[in-house]
Design a protein. Structure first.
Length: 278
């Protein structure tokens, strides 16, 4: 049976690769050190595959038909999508998929009350391109991408996201393969792309959210980290933290360790990452 050896969540903001040089030197150094530490921790766990959960930036689905979660079932993935290449400033790359695990997730999640969409044709933007560049720079670890709706109402509520994370972990562990699996949520922290808070970072909210995850009280997280509170910290971007709540569920609700946090106005985002003990 498969084993979950790592659970983590981190920001994927395109400024980390697209215009990092515009941030103050101390922010650049802290950000690079934070991503490097998370990459070392992930690689030390020696995962055979990463199951990732991240929001879809309206790249793959029409506005009138966005699934809560869509599992990528292809044998191989390519990124970044052409429109995003200049934006993220990452050369084209390829990463293997894990079709059998992806199909297993779809099939077994349905038996547990989560009917997931699935596709062999998902395009990648900063959601995967940024974290993969930092965490697996050789793109040597296969990825099962799960795109989720964090943009267009109705959004999956935090309680539903946590429950999906619990189910995802159960399903992954039930995969009849001797495999080491990492679960990764990406998105957030506070940012407001194109909105009135575009040139601001809600550091108070970010630190509150990180402390909330560190509490090890998942019921408090889903009760207090509401969609409305996320939107107040930055509409259109901060709700990406729903992917972190999926990761919290996959980790069993235990306390998260804050690996780094950089409130970077220059990068238009609160940047950070957390991890859970396996």
């Amino acid at each position: 049976m498969a084993e979950i050896v790592s659970v983590l969540a981190l920001a994927h903001a395109p400024g980390a690769t697209g215009w990092l040089d515009r941030a103050p030197r101390h922010e650049q150094e802290a950000l690079l050190a934070g991503y490097a530490a998370m990459g070392e921790k992930l690689r030390a766990a020696r995962p055979d595959v990463i199951v990732g959960v991240a929001n879809d930036h309206l790249l793959n689905f029409p506005l009138e038909s966005i699934p809560d979660w869509c599992v990528g079932t292809a044998e191989r993935w390519r990124g970044p999508a052409e429109w995003f290449r200049d934006w993220v400033n990452i050369p084209p790359y390829e990463v293997a998929g894990e079709r059998e695990l992806a199909r297993h997730i779809v099939r077994e999640s349905a038996r547990r009350g989560f009917n997931l969409a699935f596709s062999d044709r998902l395009e990648f933007d900063d959601n995967w391109s940024v974290p993969l560049k930092f965490l697996t720079p050789d793109y040597g670890v296969p990825l099962v991408p799960i795109h989720m709706n964090c943009v267009v109402p109705p959004l999956p509520e935090p309680e539903r996201c946590y429950a999906f994370g619990r189910t995802l972990a159960e399903v992954v562990r039930a995969w009849p393969a001797r495999a080491r699996v990492a679960v990764m949520g990406t998105g957030g922290l506070s940012h407001d792309p194109g909105g009135p808070k575009y040139f601001a970072v809600d550091e108070k909210f970010d630190r509150w959210f990180l402390e909330l995850l560190a509490s090890g009280d998942p019921q408090k997280v889903v009760r207090e980290a509401t969609i409305e509170r996320m939107i107040a910290a930055g509409d259109g971007g901060t709700v990406e933290l729903l992917a972190w709540i999926v990761a919290l569920g996959a980790a069993g609700g235990g306390p998260a360790m804050a690996d780094f946090y950089v409130p970077s106005v220059a990068l238009r985002c609160g940047m950070g990452g957390v991890s859970w003990a396996p």
